[in-house]
Design a protein around this ligand. Sequence first.
Ligand SMILES: [Zn+2]
Length: 236
Amino acid sequence: MKKTIIILSLLAITTAATYLLLQNEPAKINSPDTNSASPASAQPEKLAEDSGGRNPAAPQDRKGEGQWQAPLGRPKDRITKKNFGIYITPRNSPVKPEHFNGYHTGADFEIFPEELNADIPVRAVCSGKLKLKKHAAGYGGVVVEQCVLDNQPVTIIYGHLKLSSVAARPEDDIKIGETLGILGAAYSPETDGERKHLHLGFHRGEAIDIKGYVPSSSALSQWLDPCLYACGDFNE
Ligand SMILES: [Zn+2]
């Protein structure tokens, strides 16, 4: 009898310990872009719903011709890793190692192999005003421009730029097609350690928000797919 009680007690202790361990298990990975994306509240199963129907290559999706242009040449060939709305985790990410977690708020424009060591100019996708240029965690250099889209204010986030190459200052007028700066060097402080690429985000409204990832699809609704506007063929 005494032995049974001891065994049962041991069993209870083990079960409780396992339970506690499991409770603490999900290691949260902070997204430097965001500081707020919480993987715990995100729902990966919504991925299909969120990324579906947003094929960046679909020409019928293009709007505002003339008022918008691509930031880099051959835009459609570049969006190969992270399109708008894709749900990223370190496990499923096309980028390794992955430091981020959540719904991608922008579209990533990759470089071509021959561009790795070249200066790659990033063009303004619209005419507007420069609102911010700074170093930020997750980006390295980041520039924000305010434009107007369908009569509504929108802010454009250009991430991973070499900040010292950006001549414009806050409140300067920017013309569509103007070179804002060049892409930051791969895996350097200019990109905050990320590969060489452009993160382009469209955030609704005037408020500046440079999050690269958000934890929920409802938060993602504050963002627009840049490819609906800025993935058209590029005219030199
Ligand atoms: Zn990105």
